[in-house]
Design a protein around this ligand. Structure first.
Ligand SMILES: Cc1ncc(COP(=O)(O)O)c(C=O)c1O
Length: 409
């Protein structure tokens, strides 16, 4: 009989009692020339060293390694490296959600008495992080319209400002601000720029001299609507300055979630391209439809910043926002859709709709609401990867139902 290879008896050779063994299972050796194609999930909170000295050396940064997953973890590390590289920077911190990334960035960079400039045209909870949360700790802010960069420049000249928080394209009405102008003004007056780049994607805007990018990974990076995550991406020095806050806030990602996001990234470009294609077809259809008062899509020649969008972005995005004609009932239209699901968030493989009634900017005054341009007739579509003709047919039949209801009134 052929002699069995020694590794086949590793478990049997144990001297441990069962109660001990279940807590110290047999090691499985994977030979160096036999690597897994997909990196395994390091679903371990703790990492051990053979002796105390090595553990101390790792804590002092004198050797590589990991200790505790709230601080660092190999699966998270792989995702951090991927995201930083995609965004054209060298460092990244992961958070449990996109809003966690916004909070980490603004809290990490501001001190009591600092001043932030932000805009009415932005994701409502991001505004609340500054206006409700940070204001409790003595951080001041000015809210402006991103349409008025003259007022923005004047404000920076008049008020010492620590950072400028903005989006492009903005959520939900897809305004495209001049990033070069924002960055130049911020630099001139010593303010940092924080760009929530979720809508444009990790592959856009890296060429600009932005200090910090934040992303909701819940959207395009993960892509399947089943996990949440966030990222703060910047040069190493800035990330280092925020790292201890990240550890103390404790809102890091679980390794399994990081693995799911890394897996989602494999199809990121395929999905994003397909979603942009669908969005363009949907925008063209909507622009010609009589039930639509206005379409906002950066790829359309009718978009007020179309030329700027073409200069700044490599693709025109997956979101199409439009205003329903005033004589149609927004709820009747949204309720009649069969493929577009009424749901929060964007970036899933499924197409989604968020009607204006579900995006009311409650924190804004009437004049600030005018800047935000969200009304009950505003419809934000997040285009998925379905067949574009099905999406267009779905919109067409919903317009018809909404129009018939109006006629029957
Ligand atoms: C532009 C933008 N930033 C941040 C967020 C927050 O992301 P999360 O839902 O992952 O917290 C969202 C969510 O919709 C968003 O649209």
């Amino acid at each position: 009989m052929a002699k069995a290879a020694p590794w086949r008896f590793a478990a049997v050779a144990s001297i441990m009692k069962p109660r001990t063994r279940v807590n110290h299972p047999p090691k499985v050796h994977v030979p160096d020339d036999n690597r897994p194609l997909v990196a395994p999930v390091y679903q371990s909170v703790k990492f051990t060293f053979d002796d105390v000295e090595e553990s101390q050396r790792q804590s002092r940064g004198e050797r590589e390694g990991f200790q505790y997953s709230r601080v660092s973890n190999p699966t998270l590390r792989q995702l951090e490296l991927t995201l930083a590289e995609l965004q054209g920077r060298d460092a990244c911190l992961l958070t449990a959600s996109g809003i966690g990334a916004v909070t980490l960035a603004v809290m990490g960079l501001c001190r009591q008495g600092d001043h932030i400039v932000l805009f009415a045209e932005s994701y409502q909870p991001s505004r609340l992080v500054v206006r409700k949360l940070l204001s409790r700790f003595g951080v001041k802010h000015t809210l402006l319209s991103i349409d008025d960069l003259d007022a923005f420049e004047k404000n920076l000249a008049a008020t010492p400002t620590r950072l400028v928080l903005f989006e492009s394209p903005t959520n939900p009405v897809l305004k495209v601000p001049n990033i070069e102008r924002i960055v130049a003004a911020a630099r001139k007056h010593g303010a940092l720029t924080v760009l929530d780049n979720t809508f444009a994607g990790l592959h856009n805007h890296g060429q600009f001299d932005i200090d910090v990018f934040v992303h909701s990974l819940t959207k395009y990076a993960a892509g399947h609507g089943d996990v949440m995550g966030g990222a703060v991406i910047a040069h190493q020095e800035l990330i280092d300055s925020m790292k201890s806050d990240a550890i103390l806030q404790g809102a890091t990602l679980d390794p399994h979630t990081a693995f799911m996001i890394q897996r989602g990234l494999k199809t990121y470009f395929l999905r994003y391209e397909r979603q942009c294609f669908n969005a363009a077809r949907v925008a063209e259809f909507l622009e010609k439809h009589p039930a639509v008062a206005q379409v906002r899509y950066p790829g359309l020649g009718s978009h007020p910043q179309h030329a700027l969008a073409v200069r700044q972005l490599s693709d025109m995005g997956t979101i199409v926002t439009f205003e329903l004609a005033p004589d149609l009932e927004p709820k009747a239209f949204a309720n009649a859709l069969k493929i577009f699901a009424i749901a929060a968030s964007v970036g899933s493989t499924e197409s989604l709709i968020q009607p204006g009634q579900l995006m009311t900017p409650r924190d804004l005054s009437p004049s600030e609401r005018d800047w935000s341009a969200v009304s009950p007739a505003t419809m934000r579509l997040s285009c998925g990867i379905e067949d574009e003709t099905d999406l267009i047919e779905d919109l067409r039949q919903a317009f018809e139902i909404a129009s018939n209801e109006r006629k029957n009134e």
